[in-house]
Design a binder for this molecule. Structure first.
Ligand code: PLP
Length: 404
């Protein structure tokens, strides 16, 4: 199984031919096309958008608008104005919890999150629920790590105002059934918030078709730059949401006593935007679209299936989460009682990058009954050889720790 893209598309991978990069769920490497697009913006069209009455500023504004269009197309969102640029998934989810939550939650209301959330889709909801006197409820997980849909259907009531859930678990790779969750929440009129940090990089999102109220993603996990992300929302929900931050660009009129707001998307993007970030994200979207998201998903499925078979065949290895057929390109495991951090350090000696720890998902770790796991995650530049290197390193680590 060859990689889906040549390593030569990625400067860092081609200048480090022995690097086995298996931490794309944390952050993905960047193709030259993304770096070139950002550089080109700085070299040819750089100025503050929206503010200058001169051609260069108009070009910067135009590039920012074009980037929004490309991102909207990638996410399947027909209403470009409902694509809000943010700093990343954490920022997007905090915007919703703080701005929407503060305006809409009150005593007696309920917020539901699943037990597999990244802290970014857990803590903001927990905190706003505490602040507003609302109940914070955790939806149990099915055996495969997805939200237990029967339990969710039984839990929701007219008190439920929000159901927040991940598209794909960053620990287990389990893919949630977004449309069914939206349908269950819809029965009681609850708003749905989907953390797409691990969904958008790996599969076609189709925002309009999903029907979710809010979808959040990070550029850096989908070949784009760090410090950029999106919050995509349904127009009526975004329009009813008060601004998260106030300041430049997001206003229509500022009076001495009161201020009125600009229209979407500017209303939710206060201050000078990260235009280079948006341009980079758009280039990443174009790069992924050229590959085809179905091809990306199929590549990862094949690779993770192979990795699942090979890694779970190693004695004393426990792979967490669903079977190979049902997961995206993430493999979390523990090897006997070797601490995942020790494992990661040993693998690093062989130039293999994996993640170790609680993966910002302590509530899920408790449910799995472990303090930490090791996690290998795959993307378009990984191939079968990367899996073989991982397996050989794990076998070797076992020998080292057996002797110690
Ligand atoms: N949600 C999930 C599922 C994640 O995997 C991550 C990052 O690992 C985040 C949210 C937070 O993303 P960021 O750190 O880019 O804001």
């Amino acid at each position: 199984m060859p990689a889906l893209v040549p390593r030569s598309d990625f400067s860092l991978l081609s200048t480090n031919p022995n690097l086995v990069y298996l931490d794309s769920a944390a952050t993905a490497q960047k193709p030259r096309a993304v770096l070139d697009a950002m550089n080109d913006f700085y070299e040819t069209d750089y100025a503050n958008p929206h503010r200058g009455a001169y051609a260069l500023s108009a070009r910067a504004t135009e590039r920012y608008a074009r980037a929004r269009g490309a991102v909207a197309r990638f996410f399947g969102a027909s209403d470009e104005a409902c694509v809000i640029f943010t700093r990343g998934t954490t920022d997007s989810l905090n915007v919703v919890a703080a701005a929407w939550g503060r305006a809409n939650l009150g005593a007696g209301d309920e917020v539901i999150v699943t037990g597999a959330e990244h802290h970014a889709n857990f803590v903001p909801w927990q905190q706003i629920a505490i602040e507003r006197g609302a109940t914070f409820t955790i939806c149990p997980l099915a055996a495969d790590g997805r939200a237990d849909l029967e339990a969710l259907a039984a839990m929701v009531s007219r008190r439920t105002k929000v159901v927040a859930f991940n598209h794909v678990s960053n620990v287990l790779g389990a893919i949630n059934d977004v449309s069914t969750i939206v349908a269950i929440a819809g029965r009681v009129g609850a708003v749905t918030v989907c953390d797409g940090a691990q969904g958008a990089p790996h599969m076609s999102v189709g925002f309009d078709a999903l029907g979710v109220d809010f979808y959040a993603a990070s550029a850096h996990k989908m070949l784009g730059p760090m410090g950029t992300g999106v919050l995509i929302g349904q127009r009526e929900v975004l329009e009813a949401m008060p601004p998260y931050q106030t300041g430049g660009d997001m206003i229509a009129f500022v009076g001495d006593e009161r201020t009125t707001w600009n229209e979407l998307p500017h209303r939710l993007e206060a201050g000078t935007p990260n235009v280079a970030g948006a341009v980079g994200l758009a280039a990443a979207c174009d790069y992924l679209t050229a590959l085809g998201m179905d091809a990306v998903a199929a590549h990862e499925r094949a690779l993770v299936r192979f990795a699942y078979e090979r890694v779970s065949a190693i004695e004393d290895v426990r792979v967490h989460g669903p079977g190979a057929a049902k997961r995206s390109g993430v493999l979390s495991f523990t090897v006997g009682d070797i601490h995942p951090h020790d494992l990661a350090s040993l693998l690093d000696e062989r130039n293999i990058c994996i993640r170790a720890g609680h993966h910002c998902a302590q509530p899920l770790m408790r449910r799995l009954g472990v303090a930490a796991t090791a996690r290998a995650s795959f993307y378009v530049y990984n191939d079968e050889n990367d899996v073989e290197m991982l397996v050989a390193a794990l076998e070797s680590a076992k020998r080292v720790f057996a002797v110690a």
